[in-house]
Design a protein around this ligand. Structure first.
Ligand SMILES: Cc1cc2nc3c(=O)[nH]c(=O)nc-3n(C[C@H](O)[C@H](O)[C@H](O)COP(=O)(O)OP(=O)(O)OC[C@H]3O[C@@H](n4cnc5c(N)ncnc54)[C@H](O)[C@@H]3O)c2cc1C
Length: 569
């Protein structure tokens, strides 16, 4: 049986930072398991940058200002003790990444360059042209190899084994061979990224962002915190939803409606395009609704204009963004404005983390970090550049937390993990042999349609009730799905089948959280409850799964310094 002291599931920024820190104890055997090759993880898509109050571009910047901006950006739902810890520790993390060899762009004095980002009162986003996440992943991969982390590439987490609130191990499939393996581990870090694919093709997320670790924790009894808070990035390319980085607004891009007007002056007269994402996304949709967009229905859009920046600046700061716009929208942004529309981008909610210093969840031995986790530092709306920062910082502390858990805990029970693996073997055999049933693609498309139409940027109880009924029906259909591929090796149809099951499980939690939050806060905009309601909803949602039943509870928000106030930009 495969046995490790610490297993990290996920090899993005959070997973590799956790694996690196767990492996700093040479007496521990550490594995990092990933369904795709580590450096292809989604962190690699992060173009814009990573926030830390280095004060290089603006000497008046400070961790305190970063703290205040993050709390305001979160619409006061973030836990302020965790945010303060995060912003205070970020400058040291940037120096650490610099030391590992991350090639940050430099200012004329040779210091790490910083650019402005939405919702920030100073330019504090450190970057490496528009390839920040990509270079961080490569540097962390090298460091992990140096530290003898064992990488299990193209291995797929199926489930966690938890009995009587005790963690025993996990079950994963080697995608290459089709073999299903039980694993024993003393501690695990779940770092499997977000689940934007509940909106399937109206998202900036890659095809593999399906929330597998989040669903595994949820199924194992760990609650989801604040799943209703879904970030819609204002600038997805109009025809594909692919991201046009926030760096475009950061570098001075204009948002223009059909009348040629910079419409943000109506919604955020001071910050204009650099208002936070929730506000800019809603403003774009309002322009479209008011008939000042281009096109109709799902095809509607507004424009991002970068031409005034000039060719030289665009080629220096945004070369990859330009290529993306040419490849996926057929537009050279040096010559023409690019059609854009909001697209699902990020999950503020996720696996409930009960201790921000160790990233422990309520089940001892299970830690969670990165986009899959909810600490919560982003509250109801994340600021651009704060996720890669969250990922590396809390990845580090999850690695340390898991290392300490592993030193305290014995291995779990072999019989339990073997039993769970046998269940999956039987499921795999059944699905390979099935020759008819409901097509997965139909289930997936229906889920995305109701989520986008009824649980998107603007929400209303009646519509969300329709979405809930539909998701319940789809969960039922899923029991009758077939995959149409009998292969043992590289059966990606089976992997996709498990992923769709995970997405449906999580989509239902998003809808339930959204229906029950009868207020508008951050990214959660209710047409039927347009005001923020601190008296009744200044609290985190916690959703538990007991068998097929979902149960809602609430948890107070930790407010240490900044009492809620009206959020103006
Ligand atoms: C296009 C785009 C641009 C962005 N730009 C920025 C930016 O400029 N700045 C910023 O702060 N944020 C940005 N973000 C957000 C940020 O990049 C992500 O939130 C963050 O990188 C997530 O990192 P992670 O380590 O949590 O997960 P990921 O990097 O997504 O890694 C997830 C890992 O989990 C593994 N995994 C998943 N499921 C399984 C399974 N079942 N079995 C085994 N392994 C599994 C995957 O293989 C992968 O290795 C951007 C997001 C997108 C989509």
């Amino acid at each position: 049986m495969l046995k490790y002291d610490v297993i990290v599931v996920g090899a993005g920024g959070a997973g590799m930072m956790a694996a690196l820190y767990a492996s700093k104890d040479k007496n521990l055997r550490v594995a990092c398991l990933s369904k795709i090759f580590p450096t292809r993880s989604h962190t690699g898509a992060a173009q814009g940058g990573i926030n830390a109050a280095m004060g290089y571009r603006d000497a008046t910047d400070s961790p305190e200002k970063h703290f205040r901006d993050t709390v305001k950006g979160s619409d006061f739902l973030a836990d302020q003790d965790a945010v303060e810890y995060f912003t205070a520790n970020m400058p040291a993390i940037i120096s650490e990444l610099d030391y590992y060899g991350v090639p940050f762009s430099r200012d004329p004095n040779g210091r790490i360059a910083q650019r402005p980002f939405g919702g920030a009162s100073s330019p504090r986003t450190c970057y490496s042209a528009d390839k920040t996440g990509h270079v961080i992943l490569h540097a962390l991969y090298e460091q992990c190899l140096k530290n003898n982390v064992e990488f299990l590439d193209e291995w797929f987490l199926l489930s966690l084994v938890v009995a009587d609130e005790t963690f025993h191990g996990l079950v994963a499939m080697n995608i290459k061979t089709g073999e299903i393996h039980p694993f024993l581990a003393k501690a695990v870090v779940i770092a499997t990224g977000g689940f934007g694919r509940i909106y399937w093709n109206r998202t900036t997320n890659a095809i593999n962002m399906t929330g597998d670790g989040t669903a595994a924790c949820f199924n194992a009894g760990i609650p989801l915190k604040d799943p209703e808070f879904v970030q819609f990035h204002p600038t997805g390319l109009a025809s594909t939803g692919i991201l046009l980085s926030e760096a475009c607004r950061g570098e001075g891009g204009y948002l223009i409606n059909r009348e040629g007007e910079r419409f943000m002056k109506r919604y955020a007269p001071e910050k204009m395009e650099l208002a936070p994402r929730d506000l800019v996304s809603r403003s774009i949709e309002m322009e479209i609704k008011a008939g000042r967009g281009f096109g109709q229905g799902l095809e509607a859009y507004v424009l991002m204009d970068l031409r005034h920046l000039g060719k030289e600046k665009i080629m220096e700061r945004l070369p990859q963004v330009r290529e993306l716009a040419m490849d996926f929208e057929g537009v050279d942004l040096i010559e023409e404005p690019v059609p854009i529309r909001p697209s699902c981008h990020y999950m503020m909610g996720g696996i409930h983390v009960s201790d921000y210093a160790t990233l422990a969840t309520p089940v001892e031995g299970i830690h969670a970090a990165g986009e899959c986790a909810c600490v919560s530092i982003h509250g109801a709306n994340r600021l651009g550049g704060n996720s890669v920062a969250d990922v590396v910082l809390f990845g580090k502390y999850a690695g340390i937390g898991a290392r300490e858990s592993a030193k305290k805990r014995p291995f779990g029970l072999e019989t339990l993990v073997i039993k769970e693996a046998k269940k999956w073997e039987s499921k795999f055999a059944t699905m390979r042999n099935k020759t008819s049933g409901i097509r997965l693609v139909d289930i997936r498309n229906k889920m995305a349609e109701v989520m986008w139409n009824y649980v998107g940027i603007f929400r209303h109880e009646q519509e969300m009730r329709v979405a809930l009924e539909t998701i319940d029906q789809l969960l039922n259909d899923y029991e009758h799905a077939y995959i149409g591929d009998p292969a043992l090796r590289y059966n990606t149809a089976f992997v996709h089948y498990v992923e769709i099951g995970n997405l449906l499980t999580l989509a239902k939690a998003v809808v339930l959280g959204a229906i029950n939050r009868k207020e508008s806060r951050g990214s959660h905009a209710r047409a039927d409850y347009p005001q923020r309601d601190d008296e009744n909803f200044l609290k985190h949602t916690l959703i538990y799964k007991r068998g097929d039943r979902y149960e809602l509870k609430y948890l107070p928000v930790k407010i240490t310094k900044y009492p809620p106030e009206e959020r103006k930009y």
